[in-house]
Design a protein around this ligand. Sequence first.
Ligand code: GLU
Length: 439
Amino acid sequence: MLDSTARSLTSELWESSELYRNAVTELREAANTMKLDPNIAERLKVPKRALIVSVPIRLDNGIIRVFEGYRVQHNMTLGPGKGGIRFHPDVNLSEVAGLAMLMTFKCSLVGLPLGGAKGGIRVDPNKLSRQEAQALTRRYTSEINMIIGPDRDVPAPDIGTDSQTMAWMMDTYSQEQGFAIPGVVTGKPIEIGGSLGRTESTGRGVVYTIEHAIKHLTQSKRTSLRLDANTSVAVHGFGKVGAVAAYEIAQRGAKVTAVSDYTGGIYNKNGLNITELYKMLKPGQSGITLSEYKKDVEPISNEDLLALPVDILIPAAIDGVITKNNVKNVKAKIIAEGANGPITAEASKVLEEKGAFIIPDILCNAGGVIVSYFEWVQGMQNFFWNETEVNEKLAEVLSNAFKRVIEIQTHYKCGMKTAALIAGVDRLNRAMLLRGLFP
Ligand code: GLU
């Protein structure tokens, strides 16, 4: 059949990254457990739309270089596409598609009227000057402008991008339309329509979900942990998500014994001075790395950090760090997926079988997109909330989502990863059935 030849070509393309293959494996597992209509499962395995763009910029040395950029919209049944823009040397179409798929289920799980999308440029942002980063961001925005917009698809920061990147995106899109359109992106600086609490929201959400996990495990007599000095925590990735999570959990009294970044990690068995580290290294502001911090700490490698005998492990850096090769070394009882896809599908199974409690990424790190949604709503209404209001609403949305995942986990007697995915797929499934198939 002609159809099957065409299909195998694209499926090879989609499936070329581990992240995408993992997302599909997890989707398949959820679909089997909940006995999802196979027509819906089939549709969800591939994205709705994907755009590949060439992004030429003039480097500071006068040479023109062409970078490759992507924006993938996985599903937009529930509303406009939503998801970050990643600047990273390993970004590719398949990875972006996998991340877009995770966004679909994340937005659906936490009840947002938004679909799932993701974008990225294959570039090492640490090697760009400010001027080059600005040129790259602006040209990329211009190249994808026909598929983004406040009612179509709303980008946000992800790895390698920040509020300044969003300001340039918002400005480029607005210049092309002729007036200010803040709703085209979220994660903007406060001065141009950002929301209070957005920068900290992902890390804060991670800690809210850890509190829920401890409460849940205490009720079912599976733990006696509390967030006090007897509880040790390791954070893999002291960046936009991990640094805030480390700070918030240390504020609650837990002992953060190790943190790391791409240069390596630091360790102190009695607990690190997280307040000082957080102030010094405030993500994206100083350019200082952890390897430069020497006060009362021992160096530790990223790999050894993951294997520490801590109570709580927060992998908050990047995907694919806990795999079938190193999962046997992981000793933490609670693992909070601050990053997207840090534990592979195979490794998740091993961890859950040995009794670890995983807080799945689409629940654990959903704080970011929840406050992005609040930012979008505030922008549409031109009416801005105070930070307490933002945090209270964030806590409420995450608490409801956590409860729903536990209900599903209890009902199907499945793992937390599958339960979270079922929660996301279930709401979307009902919406897709109601809207029907066009034409
Ligand atoms: N990049 C973040 C994520 O993976 C935030 C996305 C957003 O706020 O739209 O969830």
